[in-house]
Design a protein around this ligand. Structure first.
Ligand code: SAH
Length: 307
């Protein structure tokens, strides 16, 4: 991956527009069925490695909350009243589960952006239904060109949206731009494995494998955790920390597959559309990617300097 931002060619611009359209349509189509079965969080659960997880959905929802809490803990987000986040941006917000959680936890104002109009509308409806209409706000917006001024937020949150971003340098520079001095930036995302010192790229098999996943989930080319670190370093961000949480999310995809194979899951899937069904069909490829150490579930956090 090129870690320096480059001007896009017209072809690349056209491809990015196509990708954005695909992402918006994918989430417009699939968010309802996901919410029916899994609820308001559209991200992996966090499990203790080797923990025995029962099949119950409430266990998995608790694991999704644990993902949020572990991410905050890893990034050392302050809990004390005067230091805790007061203004949060949720970049790639889904139907707003993280924002509402953070709004409640910190009493913060949270602004979410998504490419999917259906998600933005549903996120606002859920905020109103949960009494958070004056604390959690959602709109259609592009992470690569965020509709916010510089230095606006003291917590910048991207939970499993980075993998959709076709221009990682722009993505990361936008996260840094909207961060206030001293803000925490948290990126939880799918990466490919780091390359070895003598490797120039992934193997052909690995690239082909990721390509199949990209087509079904509307993802551009993947990057590694160390690519993210280089990008954060190039922007002079501080206290950069990473962890590989692949083992902590391992029970998640088998659980999603099991839920799709229940009568409710199966009939809901059939009622949605081809994009959602295609997404469901490649779920085993995600498991294989993790098992072969090709896919990494990474957290990458940093702070913006105070001056
Ligand atoms: N963070 C949410 C949803 C994760 S799903 C959660 O944890 O529940 C991925 C989300 O990223 C979707 O909402 C999708 O619309 C959003 N997304 C992908 N590319 C985006 C972009 N360029 N700008 C804004 N949102 C984007």
């Amino acid at each position: 991956m090129a870690v320096a931002a480059a001007l896009e060619t017209p072809m690349e611009q056209q491809e990015q527009q196509q990708l954005k359209k695909g992402i918006a349509e994918f989430y417009d189509e699939s968010s309802g069925v996901w919410e029916d079965i899994w609820g308001e969080h559209m991200h992996h659960g966090f499990y203790e490695p080797d923990s025995r997880v029962s099949g119950s959905e409430s266990d998995h929802c608790a694991a999704q909350i644990r993902m949020i809490e572990e991410s905050l803990r890893f990034a050392a987000v302050p809990e004390e009243a005067e230091k805790r986040p007061k203004k949060v941006v949720d970049v790639g917000c889904g139907i707003g589960g993280s924002s509402r959680y953070l709004a409640r936890k910190y009493g913060a104002k949270c602004h979410g952006i998504t490419l999917s109009p259906v998600q933005a509308q549903r996120a606002n409806a859920l905020a109103a239904a949960q009494g958070l209409a004056d604390q959690a706000f959602f709109q259609v917006g592009d992470a690569l060109n965020q509709p916010f001024p510089d230095g606006e937020f003291d917590l910048v949150w991207s939970m499993e949206s980075g993998e959709h971003m076709p221009d990682k340098p722009k993505f990361v520079s936008e996260l840094a731009r909207v961060a206030a001095p001293g803000a925490t930036i948290i990126i939880v995302t799918w990466c490919h494995r780091d390359l070895g010192p003598s490797e120039e790229s992934l193997t052909k098999w690995e690239k082909d494998h990721l390509d199949k996943i990209c087509k079904a989930y509307y993802l551009p080319e993947w990057c590694s955790t160390s690519d993210y670190v280089k990008l954060l370093q190039s922007l002079n961000l501080q206290d950069i920390r990473t962890a590989d949480w692949s083992a902590n999310v391992a029970p998640f995809w088998p659980a999603v597959i099991r839920s799709a194979l229940t009568w409710k899951g199966f009939t809901s899937l059939l009622r949605t559309g081809m994009k959602t069904i295609r997404g469901a069909l490649v779920m085993p490829l995600m498991i294989e990617g993790f098992n072969k150490d090709l896919i990494k579930f990474s957290i990458i956090t940093c702070k913006k300097a105070l001056n």
